[in-house]
Ligand binder design. Structure first.
Ligand code: HEM
Length: 379
């Protein structure tokens, strides 16, 4: 445990302690169901960004039981293993198509030209959201998630709020459309779902669709960018994949462990008497769990600073969280990452970095601005 004065937060760094926090029901993503902003020393939500808070209000990420349980159950009912597994074929086909276009071009940005259209298309397909506006969806999402960082500027908050407003309008149109003409898709399922005798409100559906669309590509795209950068920086590891010595599925786990796209998640301490790693933490405090650090804990991972695509316990990483908020999209993310990594290794074994990628200057969401690649012989 480390108390960071500048952030005024406890940072939890070890694997066992992060895992214990994720599972501890006395810690919550939100406190508003059990106390006031005064008690929790929280800044009131800035009314200038109300449109943003409205869209976040029913996001699974910020709900606690019983609201969380109610909505999560519905989403889980649509994310059946069968529905997710049915994405494997489309994921493989799309990975090949997109990569072929990239390779024809010679030099390409793995994020913009491959990973973004790939992930947004697949999550849209699963939800039943048309892909004709996928660049808008990506733009709204990139602006939206800036609110999850520390030190969000006023300009970023304004932009996130405008994005939330446009995103909301768009989803409301979709809801109206599916009410008029139901289809076999997840938006229709949310519109028609009955919970505890009632239906979901439009606000609840909007938040749910937005969180699924945003969470459904941001982390996957950055995992691929961080992962391919790491692999090309360790050519021996890339070669193990190219030669088929290690299944792409195992490599995916190691890439998430080695450089996770989501570095920090927070919990409020909701009750008195909580201890984390032997340190008492008062009700009202915030603990920040450092996933990147937990994933490099030498108590769990031997030589944690080394990328080893065949690491036998890589899947013990904390990348997908745990407890009641554990990533609901993890099976889909794994399918997408496995298919894209395998396609890259098979069709572009000579892949090289065209330039050293530059990090996005952010703390929570870790990724690159671009990952420019070439295959040997092109430039
Ligand atoms: C490699 C890719 C991904 C990573 C590393 C990742 C990671 C995470 C983590 C760490 C959480 C837990 C947050 C917390 O404990 O507060 C989470 C939650 C969530 N993820 Fe993912 N995710 C990924 C892909 C996806 C995909 C593809 C989807 C959508 C289909 C998705 C949808 C969600 C949702 C809806 C939640 C909220 C669940 C809840 O609060 O009950 N994620 N994800």
């Amino acid at each position: 445990m480390h108390y960071d004065e500048r952030l005024d937060r406890f940072l939890v760094t070890r694997h066992a302690d992060v895992r214990a926090c994720l599972r501890d029901r006395r810690l919550g993503r939100n406190f508003r169901h059990v106390g006031t902003e005064d008690e929790f020393k929280a800044e009131p939500l800035d009314p200038r960004w109300q449109a943003f808070w409205d869209v976040e209000r029913w996001s699974l990420l910020f709900l606690e039981p019983p609201e969380h349980t109610r909505i999560r159950k519905l989403v889980a009912a649509a994310f059946t293993p069968r529905a997710v597994e049915s994405m494997r074929g489309p994921a493989e086909t799309l990975a090949r198509e997109l990569l072929d276009e990239c390779l024809e071009r010679g030099r390409f940005d793995l994020l913009y030209d491959f990973a973004q259209p790939y992930s947004i298309t697949l999550i849209c397909r699963l939800l039943g959201v048309p892909t004709d506006r996928h660049r808008d969806l990506l733009d709204w999402s990139h602006r939206h998630v800036k609110m999850y960082e520390f030190d969000t500027t006023e300009e970023q908050a304004q932009s996130a709020t405008r994005a939330a407003d446009e995103f909301r309008e768009y989803v409301l149109e979709l809801i109206a459309d599916r009410r008029r003409s139901p289809r076999d898709d997840m938006v229709t399922a949310l519109v028609e779902a009955r919970v505890d005798g009632g239906r979901l409100s439009d606000d609840e559906i909007v938040s749910t669709v937005v969180v699924l669309l945003n969470a459904g590509h941001e982390a996957t795209v950055n995992t691929l960018g961080n992962g391919v950068r790491a692999l090309l920086g360790s050519p021996a590891q890339w070669q193990r994949l190219v030669r088929g010595e290690v299944p792409a599925a195992s490599a995916v786990e190691e890439l998430i462990r080695f450089d996770p796209p989501l570095q920090l998640f927070e919990r409020w301490v909701l009750e008195d008497g909580v201890e984390v790693a032997g340190t008492p933490i008062a009700r009202g405090e915030v603990v920040s769990m450092l996933f990147g650090s937990a994933n490099r804990d030498p108590r769990v991972f031997e030589q944690p600073e080394t990328l080893d695509v065949g690491r036998s316990n890589a899947a013990e990483h904390i990348g997908f969280g745990g407890g009641i908020h554990v990533c609901i999209g993890a099976p889909l993310a794994r399918i997408e990452l496995e298919a894209s990594l395998r396609t890259l290794a098979e069709r572009a074994p000579q892949l090289e970095l065209a330039a050293e990628p530059v990090r996005v200057p952010a703390f929570v969401i870790r990724g690159f601005r671009a990952v420019e690649l070439v295959t040997a012989g092109t430039n």
